[in-house]
Design a protein around this ligand. Sequence first.
Ligand SMILES: Nc1ncnc2c1ncn2[C@@H]1O[C@H](COP(=O)(O)OP(=O)(O)OP(=O)(O)O)[C@@H](O)[C@H]1O
Ligand SMILES: [Mg+2]
Length: 352
Amino acid sequence: MNERKRVFKLNDYLLKTYKLTKYYSEEKRISFFSLGPGKSLVRAVDNINLFVHRNEVLGLVGESGCGKSTLGKTIIRLEEPTSGKIFFEDQDITNLSQERLKSHRKKMQIIFQDPASSLNPRKTVFEIISQPLKVHGMVSNKSDTSDRVADLLKKVGLEKSHMERYPHQFSGGQKQRICIARAIALEPIFLVADEVVSALDVSIQAQILNLLVILKNDLNLSILFISHDLSVVRQISDRVAVMYLGKIVEVAPSENLFSSPLHPYTQALMSAIPVPDVEIGWNPIILQGDTPSPSQRPQGCFFHPRCSKMIDICDKEDISLNAVSQGHFVACHLYSGRSTLKKIIQAQRTWL
Ligand SMILES: Nc1ncnc2c1ncn2[C@@H]1O[C@H](COP(=O)(O)OP(=O)(O)OP(=O)(O)O)[C@@H](O)[C@H]1O
Ligand SMILES: [Mg+2]
């Protein structure tokens, strides 16, 4: 579906984050042991360094609650970062005022996780799609607006006549197309697509993914494609980042990640993808225990309580991303220090 072997120049990025962090404060529950209520910090996004190239799809995967949506929203400043930096087209947009952010907003759009709740049930499709066009002064009169909305509907595979209907008069797949039309209305160059196909059945998923690829090529878009479904991410992404408890634990070109995942968490996620061929056999790695809360993360590497490959250092020291090969980064003690290359080759052999 996509050109997998694309080579990106290292500095040809559209968006880059530096130590991007988003914490929420949450009221602590009063328990028998606590003396009273207080605040605890939910570390939804923690110290993330990430970049997205021009015209690239970067997949972002991880379990529910690991911070994917928060990262997507913080990157485009729908959520205010707690600390860190966001660079977009070489400009630091971290602290831009809402007024100055307006021109960037046009270029950075989001398709929200739940299409049903992100479409106002009291507005027609025409009103929904034309609203951003009007706010940004991109249309001059009613007939111009109507032409533009019809054109956008056509781009996403809907009919001109659909513009007079209300959201409840559409199927799930059609609703998602409306959300996509609204997201591309301002001709963005960067799109956060948050779980855009998760609620759809497989054949509709394929149609929506195809549509995104066509739009990406036609409009020269870069996409942060968020999903918890690795097989969907595989179909569309040039590179993939794996997130666990607010941190990126592995990033690699799609091919590398799927052929030789290195982080034990990535390996567990990969092994959970069902294998269609019964002869090959399917042995998913079952992770022990639940995902820890982002407000009470374990000491050392956050993954160590669930990791079957834990070594001495893992419960003592945290670890950040290290390059293991061109474009492949992993945050795991197994691949740091001496004889790293040997360990990588060994991990690849056992995986294959
Ligand atoms: N506005 C908020 N206030 C407080 N906590 C929040 C807020 N938004 C998200 N969180 C918390 O931040 C953490 C990450 O949430 P987020 O929605 O980013 O996860 P996710 O990876 O997108 O999950 P899912 O796959 O279920 O969509 C969760 O613990 C969540 O409860
Ligand atoms: Mg989410």
